[in-house]
Write a protein that binds this ligand. Structure first.
Ligand SMILES: Nc1ncnc2c1ncn2[C@@H]1O[C@H](COP(=O)(O)OP(=O)(O)O)[C@@H](O)[C@H]1O
Ligand SMILES: [Mg+2]
Length: 238
């Protein structure tokens, strides 16, 4: 495995107004890894994702994408540099069809990567194909989440960031999305998933980083986390 992380976050401090939300957050994701950023509600997962994407201002620290700083860049430049973000609210075009959402999002990656096409999306997300002419706003929550992920992949990102992809979805759909993400990992994708639902991540992530009260408290392989009752009970039990 390559020694150079795709993304490396160092010493990140983020404030909302005068309240400090993140305290020296550090994490890194290497090529082909699926990193779960785990923590309870309010721990700072979304803020970390937003800080990486340039959507929350970091007062200190830096974010390196394949060795180059992206700190201070605007969100659309960060996206163009190869970070594909699926936010909690998914942000699909609800008035457009499934297929239009995919076509609109199609662009090459930062080095001209173009492995994602509408055809490949339908191969990987077979549930979306029969819905191709359906208006996205009419889809179920699970279908919308799949579309949001698929749409982001159409931009050929070097890192896919997912904020709570399992949130609010029925268990059967959560299972489907977990399988899809497992399949993406198998195809070599590099993924950072923020989740409160540890069980969703245990079967699909390769690594885990745990955040609590804005601080990273643990980082290891997923097998090590599975074996660590103390950390799971202390920071991840509901
Ligand atoms: N826009 C905001 N303004 C002020 N405080 C916020 C804002 N967004 C989040 N927070 C606070 O920051 C902390 C971390 O939130 P967040 O990153 O959303 O946590 P998580 O995604 O882990 O649930 C929480 O205490 C939350 O109340
Ligand atoms: Mg969140």
């Amino acid at each position: 495995m390559s020694a150079h992380p795709i993304i490396q976050v160092d010493d990140l401090d983020v404030y909302y107004g005068t309240s400090q939300i993140l305290f020296g957050v550090a994490l890194s994701v290497r090529p082909g890894e699926t990193m779960a950023l785990l923590g309870r509600n309010g721990a700072g997962k979304s803020t970390t994702m937003k800080a990486i994407m340039g959507l929350a201002p970091a007062r200190r620290g830096r974010v390196m994408l394949r060795g180059c700083s992206i700190s201070g860049l605007r969100p659309h430049h960060i996206a163009r540099a190869g970070l594909g973000f699926v936010p909690e609210d998914r942000q699909i075009f609800s008035d457009h069809t499934v297929e239009d959402n995919l076509v609109i999002a199609q662009k090459k990656g930062p080095e001209g990567q173009d492995e994602w096409s509408v055809r490949r999306v339908y191969d990987v997300f077979p549930l979306l194909e029969p819905l191709r002419h359906r208006v996205a706003g009419r889809l179920s929550g699970g279908e919308q989440q799949m579309l949001a992920i698929a749409r982001t992949l159409m931009g050929n990102p070097v890192l896919l960031l997912l904020d709570e992809p399992s949130e609010g979805l029925a268990p059967i759909i959560v299972q489907r999305i977990s399988e899809l993400l497992g399949q993406l990992r198998g195809s070599g994708a590099t993924v950072l998933i923020a989740e409160q639902n540890m069980h969703f991540c245990l079967g699909l992530a390769s690594h885990a980083t745990v955040i609590d009260k804005g601080q990273i408290v643990y980082s290891a392989t997923i097998e090590e986390l599975k074996a660590n009752d103390n950390i799971r009970q202390r920071y991840l039990a509901l």
